[in-house]
Design a binder for this molecule. Structure first.
Ligand code: FES
Length: 106
C-alpha cells in the first residue's frame, strides 16, 4: 500500500492510504474524490486535467516526463512548473510511499 498526501485545488490537504502498485497517481486521486483532478481523458495523456505539482523532496523519485507527457505539459505552460507532472503518468510504487503533491489550479 502506498500513502499519498494531496493538497487539492481548494488548498485542503488530505492523506490517502491504500494506493496500490497497479494504480496511477491520477487513479488514486479519482478513487478518493480529490478536488481538481478531472482526468477528462481517462489517463491517455491527452487532456492535462490531472496536472499536479510534485513536492520538491519527491521529484527525483517521481522521475521526469517522457516526450509525450512533456508535450502536454508544454501546452499548459502557463500553469506548469519544473515540478509539474501529469498524475496519470505516475505509476505508484513503494518508492513513492509518503509522496506529497499539490493539485494545480487550471
Ligand atoms: S488524465 Fe488526461 S492527461 Fe492525465
Amino acid at each position: 500500500m502506498v500513502q499519498v498526501t494531496f493538497v487539492d485545488v481548494n488548498g485542503v490537504e488530505r492523506r490517502v492510504d491504500g494506493g496500490s502498485e497497479d494504480q496511477s497517481l491520477m487513479e488514486l486521486a479519482k478513487a478518493n474524490g480529490i478536488d481538481g483532478i478531472a482526468a477528462d481523458c481517462g489517463g491517455a495523456c491527452s487532456c492535462a486535467t490531472c496536472l499536479v505539482h510534485i513536492d520538491p523532496d519527491w521529484t527525483e523519485r517521481t522521475g521526469q516526463p517522457d516526450d509525450i507527457e512533456f508535450a502536454m505539459l508544454d501546452m499548459v505552460a502557463d500553469v506548469a512548473t519544473v515540478s509539474s507532472r501529469l498524475a496519470c503518468q505516475i505509476r505508484l510504487s513503494g518508492a513513492l510511499d509518503g509522496l506529497r503533491v499539490v493539485v494545480a489550479q487550471q
